[in-house]
Design a protein around this ligand. Structure first.
Ligand code: BGC
Length: 403
């Protein structure tokens, strides 16, 4: 267990710093956190983010730099252009530049394994940020948001808007398209599981149907790759939705389960091309189930500017927003505790990455909608927590992407 190793390491450090220094270059540390106690304030922390192309990772990177600097660390931030090989190079370079800790949001959770093993063998602390690094013991901590909650919030919006608990789909089954995230991202199956556990009963009762046949009442959580969108790519999502729209023909479409705002945008573009009759000005609801022009309930995640625009306009139903400032705070707190000689402890359950139990922190996301009720929040919440500026918000709500 990681904590035990940490405790052992701390003991060794106290009793014999010299012995540890000698060991650290020669021993093959089988498990995590072996040399994490060597991290000190003033050390360099290497940050490896997946891509600049998605809004959230830019905010994540900036937050981490700001927080870690404030806590007394030096930082170096790299973006991997969504390329697993570039990310491995980035991590190797960060270690060569003297980084004593690596914070990595992986492009491909498995492919990044050898690079973090190399970092760990040099004595680095490795923190998996948002996405778990898979199949290696060389990952010490994992900070993320509650993963299934994303799918739960998305599915509940669909269930409510379609009135599935009332009469929705009981006379004529309602058509739905379902998408999952990238096949190389360990988060994706959890997002799908959260949603599918809630939606599956309505497939079994016959209230929901997927006309493409990709998802049926017999689909299990494990089948998520059948509907995954590689690299969370908008264009790829649009292609997959084009195929769905061909199968749908001229029938009504009630909802689309989308796990990410850029995927939602690809989906909307496909709907506009295939069915110009469908319009966000006629939102799909239980009372107009047979109206072919009704616009489906489309979900999303990340609170991107495009989502704010499209939710304002009625083209997107909701987005799951992650206040990533909290993730950067948690990461900084872990590294600060280690530098102070303490053992970071989480009260959340650890996650297994296929090789080891990784101590994990699960933060809480929020659901943003146009007209908040109950637990939901309005779009302006993003300004209130500092994710975007007021000026950006005003721009977003003035210009719908899908018209
Ligand atoms: C993150 C999501 C994000 C997606 C696409 C996932 O790993 O957890 O917040 O929407 O990647 O970038």
């Amino acid at each position: 267990m990681n904590y035990k190793k940490l405790a052992n390491t701390a003991l060794i450090t106290i009793t014999s710093v010299a012995v540890l220094a000698a060991c650290s270059s020669t021993t093959n540390r089988g498990s995590s956190a072996a040399t994490s106690t060597s991290l000190k304030k003033g050390d360099l922390v290497g940050i490896s983010m997946p891509t600049k192309a998605d809004q959230r990772w830019n905010v994540d990177g900036a937050n981490l730099v700001k927080d870690l600097k404030k806590a007394g660390f030096k930082t170096k931030l790299e973006y991997a252009n969504n390329s697993p090989s570039q990310q491995s190079n980035d991590i190797n370079n960060l270690v060569s530049a003297g980084a004593k800790a690596i914070v990595v949001a992986s492009v491909d959770g498995t492919a990044v394994g050898p690079a973090v093993e190399q970092a760990e063998s040099q004595g680095d602390v490795v923190i998996a940020y948002d996405r778990l690094v898979m199949n290696t013991k060389a990952v010490n901590y994992y900070v993320t948001f509650n993963l299934e909650r994303t799918g739960i919030l998305e599915a509940n919006t669909i269930i409510d808007k379609l009135d599935l608990k009332g009469n929705g789909g009981k006379t004529t089954p309602l058509n739905i398209a379902l998408f999952a995230g990238s096949d190389d991202d360990n988060n994706a199956p959890y997002f799908f599981k959260g949603a599918w556990d809630l939606l599956k009963p309505y497939f079994q009762s016959g209230q929901l149907v997927d006309p493409s046949g990709l998802v049926t009442k017999d689909t299990t959580d494990a089948d998520w790759k059948k509907i995954s969108v590689h690299a969370w790519d908008q264009t790829q999502a649009q292609k997959q939705m084009d195929a769905f729209m061909t199968k749908l023909g001229d029938k009504p479409l009630a909802a689309v389960l989308s796990p990410y705002d850029a995927i939602s945008l690809g989906i909307m573009k496909s709907i506009k091309n295939a069915r110009p009759d469908m319009t966000p000005s006629i939102p799909f609801s239980a009372s107009n189930q047979q109206n072919k022009s009704a616009w489906p309930v489309i979900t999303g995640q990340d609170g991107m500017d495009i989502a704010i625009s499209n939710i304002t306009y009625g083209a997107q139903g909701q987005t799951v927003f992650k206040n990533v400032a909290l993730l950067a705070d948690q990461t900084t707190s872990i590294l600060t505790q280690i530098a102070d000689g303490k053992k970071p402890k989480s009260t959340d359950a650890s996650m297994n990455n296929g090789k080891t139990e990784v101590p994990t922190w699960l933060l809480k996301s929020d659901e943003l909608v146009k007209n908040p009720t109950g637990e939901q929040k309005g779009l302006h919440y993003e300004v209130e927590v500092g994710f975007i500026s007021e000026a950006q918000y005003q721009k977003d709500i003035a210009a719908p992407i899908i018209k």
